[in-house]
Design a protein around this ligand. Sequence first.
Ligand SMILES: Cc1ncc(COP(=O)(O)O)c(C=O)c1O
Length: 392
Amino acid sequence: MDIKQKDKNYIANTYNRSDLVIVGGSGSTCVDLCGRELIDFGSGIGVNSLGYADKEWSSAISNQSSMLQHTSNLYYTLPCVEVAELLVENTYCKKVFFANSGAESVECAIKTARKYSYDKYGKGRNTIITLKGSFHGRTMSALTATGQDVFHDFFFPFDSGFLYAEPNNIYSIASMLNDSICAIMIELVQGEGGVNVLDYEYVQAISSICKDCDMLLIVDEVQTGIGRTGTLLASEQYDMTPDITTLAKGLGGGLPIGACLLGDKVEDTLGYSHHGTTYGGNPIVCSGAKVVLERVLNTDLLADVKVKRDYINSRLARVTEVKNITGLGLMIGVELTSKQASNVAKACLDKGLIVLTAKDKIRLLPPLNISMAELEIGMDILVDVLENKEKI
Ligand SMILES: Cc1ncc(COP(=O)(O)O)c(C=O)c1O
């Protein structure tokens, strides 16, 4: 029986997989079961920030796996402390809670915000405002926090305690403010929602409101974080300091990790027994995350993100099928004039390029360290597909 049939038979049918079996890769190029090479502009949805099988990353995790793969959080281990130290020393945050995914980081943020408010103001101040078009994950609270009706079906009852405001409209948030609000949670670039960037002034206004009303500002950087937008955190580009930041995806470089960054207001909000997870801060995962962070912090990677974005913009600027380019850094949305994004993605795949879609846009999330040679080959394919006169 072939692998696709076995997958269908044995794995819950929750994913709409493309017709591709990836068996390996190197740099930003992966290899399928038949030995065909494809340039990857998707990075496993923003996860493989250093591409496939980065030498330093894979030797760090294999060395760690031969020393200590896991112990419980009842004991100290070195890699998680080292990653936490790098995050604290290079961001606004004071403490880190390690989780295993984006949704779990969001859960931690929600719990922290509600407990902060409970400790200070007592019961009842627990509502979180999120934005329409947002995506925060698939656990029940993260799903409820997600501001898209399409996700609020089947799984009733959803959690209470969330309100959804119009993005880039400060009056929408202002009209919702009352004594029950404990936090506002935003993605600075809505990834799954269509690579939509929040306006600078709007984010500044939210930040002021949060400060004035002692509501916590949670920035979900699961997709935008760890260099993806050209700075370690996207919030740096908005000249504001969140109270909580959620991270995952690119931080691990391909192994499951989540991190909830806690600013000075909330550094001690979670105490003994208030939160936990068996695998949080796992030594192997953190040894890989340390390599990712050091690469982002100590090399030209972030400057290169800008150079590569400029190159992508310059290639797409001349294509009439391209209506608009959105996003920050190497988190890119391409709005199309007449072609369907899903058909473009399929045509690219046939020609040896992986691209993603987000709503009706093509979405590009190439590895941060993609070589210029791979980027050029990938852009040649994308431009070729977009310029093809065939109606797809
Ligand atoms: C902004 C954001 N938050 C949360 C999540 C959920 O992350 P995970 O799938 O790791 O649970 C995602 C996933 O796409 C995301 O983009």
